[in-house]
Ligand binder design. Structure first.
Ligand SMILES: [Zn+2]
Length: 92
């Protein structure tokens, strides 16, 4: 969290001061920093976990679509096979 009045940047979670844009460090790096080093790691892990969860869901939905499509193709295949059999029977 950035305080425009004081120029201080604090951790969005625990409120620990990360730095002051008027004083130290790189302004742009500091202004983008949201969390202190102690909070950063769990946040990153949490984001990773959420990203993986979302990916698993996407994969699951993709598999479901593929399975449904497979099933339809299989049914179509069976019908075509029957038709071929029928045609052979009629022409012979
Ligand atoms: Zn923190």
């Amino acid at each position: 969290m950035f305080n425009p009045k004081t120029g201080e940047v604090r951790c969005s979670i625990c409120g620990t001061s990360i730095g002051n844009i008027n004083g130290d460090g790189n302004y742009f790096a500091l202004i983008r920093t949201k969390y202190c080093p102690a909070c950063k790691e769990p946040v990153r892990r949490d984001q990773n976990r959420l990203a993986q969860k979302a990916k698993r869901l996407r994969d699951k939905q993709a598999r479901k679509l593929i399975n449904e499509r497979n099933k339809l193709l299989e049914e179509e295949n069976n019908l075509l096979r029957k038709q071929i059999k029928e045609l052979r029977r009629k022409t012979s």
